[in-house]
Design a protein around this ligand. Sequence first.
Ligand code: PLP
Length: 363
Amino acid sequence: MIQFLDLKRINAPQQAEINEALRRVAASGWYVLGQEGEKFERDFAHYCGTKHCLGVANGLDALEIIFKAYDFEPGSEVIVPANTYIASILSVVNAGLKPVWVEPDLRTYNIDPAKIAKSISPRTKAILVVHLYGKPCEMSPIWDLARRHNLKIIEDAAQAHGAVYGGRRAGNLSDAAAFSFYPTKNLGALGDAGAITTNDDELATKVTYLRNYGSKTKYYNEYQGANSRLDELQAAVLNLKLGYLDTQNARRQAVAARYLNEIVHPDITLPDARTVAQDAWHLFVVRHPERQKLIDYLTHQGIQTAVHYPVAAHHQRAFGAFSGLSLPITEKIHKEVVSLPLNPSLTDDEVSQIIRVINRHRA
Ligand SMILES: *Cc1c(COP(=O)(O)O)cnc(C)c1O
């Protein structure tokens, strides 16, 4: 059986280093917001090319804290991509803001820049972009719109560690970006962790308060903050794994390039191949008009797949207030997508087997 994602296998090459990092922190007597975290913040800011990086507890908090730090009037509108993981949109709602849903481009699955303008109103304060599946959004037209309408741009880079657009890394394409280091992400901790990257000094300062009870000096609270801190065990693991991120992303790209070149099937739509070398290839997502048939066939052939995501956010029960929205492109994508195994631990033989099995499939 080729597993969709075997985290044990992915972490195995670094197991000795991970054990050493965990031991070091365990023996240090300092566990939350310390030297490991500060080193990670410096190194990840440098990696992304931003002035600041602030560690937080997870990706959802990272997004929510950004929106709260900007302190938009309650009920202000934020343009959001309709085609995303629910966390992106939850962060807007949890911050007391109103999401305005914009359909994706069916080629990239990312927010369609051409559809943003007509959703901007006098109450719009920001545009949230999500580099879904690791593919960087087409930022140029979005930068223009934001400049013209005086809007902030916030990036959900939870799936895009290391992705590049116009020579700049994800996390450095907007006013502020949110990362998740959930174990399955391209840069994954051994538990929950997240970060905010930004070049905005004022925002960075505010985040250092908001993530820690609104406090900078112990027991003096300036804001109604959260408890969303990066712990030293996760930071130590992230410090060492950051050193392997580019090599692992290069392996993801090589696998993606083979899938793009070698999978030939009349019913399967492959991902957009225009940005192969810039994508972080968090996921390799294909579409099939009868996806369950493809999933069943691959399972029967010993290849595990996944679906990202089976139900669109506006159709989730949690978002009943939005159930009346009609977002046909988003809905079509959610009906048709299948994610093939793609991760740095896949061997060439496994990739060949997956390609061979798919090309043999007949409906
Ligand atoms: C994983 C993810 C998040 C949330 O990150 P957590 O660390 O799980 O809170 C947000 N947005 C996207 C697109 C994600 O994939």
